[in-house]
Design a binder for this molecule. Structure first.
Ligand code: SF4
Length: 384
């Protein structure tokens, strides 16, 4: 089974981010206590209490002190069993990963996810990241020196200084910057890389700037070009694209994230965290003060959504199609009694004619070209 813990604090707000977090760290101790309370109250949510993966996301979980992390793990060990080979991941920002911090994380964490985003200083400043490019590189090397071999780094593409209104002559070419980012990422020799397209969400600083006309929107052509550039370069560098945004060497797939794509039940703890058990999804309140208050009063602060069989099929289509494991049509048959090859024959035939999908042993896969249209293909196959 799989456990996600949301640590909703950050040192400063990145301009593109619409995750739930607060830059006011005063309530951190109370929030950790509430998380421990929720872990206890939710101990029977999953079919078994044995945890195969634990994932600290956020926010910035590397802001947790050693004592706070220890408190959370004491609670986990009290109410759950952690499998001896469990994958235990913590998201960290480069500026937090001092030698002292890494030593304190070592007894608890066996995989680090480091949010580098870019090595290009103008982009880091544009995103309002708390670190600089030199810190990015140094943090990964320091983590490796401290025995963290199981590392993943996050990158972001689709960025351009032209979004800020600069003229061509004033900017570094976006493709060259992205190529350099990719080369620097590969040189760090981590077994896993995730890379996401910059998206501008309305309730972010970038969303606000876009509305006011201070920046231009993301250029979709540029994003598609960067996506292809990334696949070619990372594949040539022995990284397998096992999910649209995720690349691994030698089978170092992210076990926790893979569980989402394979419809495995997971428990999400902390403000804004989601949980999934097949027939329903739960959404924790995205407000630190109300979350703490609710747990202090022994109430679980979530809303539940009952998923129809069609909802379950559509969720599965959307996530599974993006992976190398593909979408198993037998699972769709089991969930909703539907044979997609019959109900969506027209679409499937068209996608096959375009060379976007193929079916092998009852499993639907995207081709290389199909990956460029993954979301559109999935939504056209949705059952309604
Ligand atoms: S991107 Fe990460 S570090 Fe930046 S504000 Fe969002 S959660 Fe915090």
């Amino acid at each position: 089974m799989h456990l996600y813990l949301h640590i909703p604090f950050c040192k400063q707000a990145c301009h593109y981010c619409d995750f739930h977090f607060s830059t006011n760290l005063k309530s951190k101790a109370d929030l950790v206590a509430a998380i421990c309370r929720e872990l206890e109250l939710q101990k029977d949510y999953l079919p078994t209490r044995e945890l195969e993966t634990i994932y600290f996301g956020g926010g910035t979980p590397s802001l947790l002190t050693e004592a706070e992390l220890g408190q959370i793990f004491d609670t986990i060990h009290q109410f759950y069993r952690v499998h001896p080979s469990a994958e235990i991941t913590l998201e960290a920002n480069p500026d937090d990963l001092t030698a002292e911090k890494l030593i304190s994380l070592k007894p608890y964490i066996n995989r680090l996810s480091i949010g580098l985003q870019s090595f290009h200083e103008p982009y880091l400043r544009f995103m309002n990241r708390a670190h600089n490019a030199a810190e990015s590189e140094a943090s990964v090397k320091r983590a490796q020196d401290h025995g963290f071999d199981n590392l993943t780094i996050d990158l972001m593409y689709g960025m351009s200084e032209k979004m800020l209104g600069m003229e061509e002559s004033e900017t570094a070419s976006e493709d060259r910057v992205w190529q350099k980012d990719l080369e620097m990422a590969v040189a760090l020799n981590t077994p896993h890389i995730s890379a996401y397209n910059l998206t501008i969400e309305p309730k972010t600083v970038l969303g606000n700037w876009l509305k006011k006309g201070k920046i231009k929107s993301v250029n979709e052509e540029l994003s598609a070009r960067h996506f292809e550039q990334m696949i070619m370069y990372l594949n040539a560098s022995r990284y397998e694209q096992y999910e649209i945004s995720n690349f691994a060497r030698d089978g170092h797939y992210a076990r926790h994230n893979s569980s989402y794509w394979k419809r495995r039940p997971y428990l999400g703890v902390g403000p804004s965290a989601h949980s999934f058990n097949g027939p329903s999804r739960q959404y924790n309140i995205a407000n630190n003060a109300l979350y703490i208050q609710s747990l202090t009063e022994e109430r679980l602060p979530f809303e539940m959504e009952i998923l129809t069989s069609y909802d379950q099929v559509n969720d599965y289509l959307l996530t599974s199609l993006r992976t190398i494991w593909g979408c198993d049509l037998r699972i769709i048959q089991e969930l909703a009694g539907i044979d997609l090859r019959e109900t969506h024959k027209k679409y499937l035939n068209a996608f096959m004619d375009y060379g976007w999908v193929f079916i092998e042993d009852n499993v639907l896969f995207l081709t290389y070209n199909g990956k460029l249209f993954a979301d559109r293909i999935a939504s056209d196959l949705f059952v309604v």
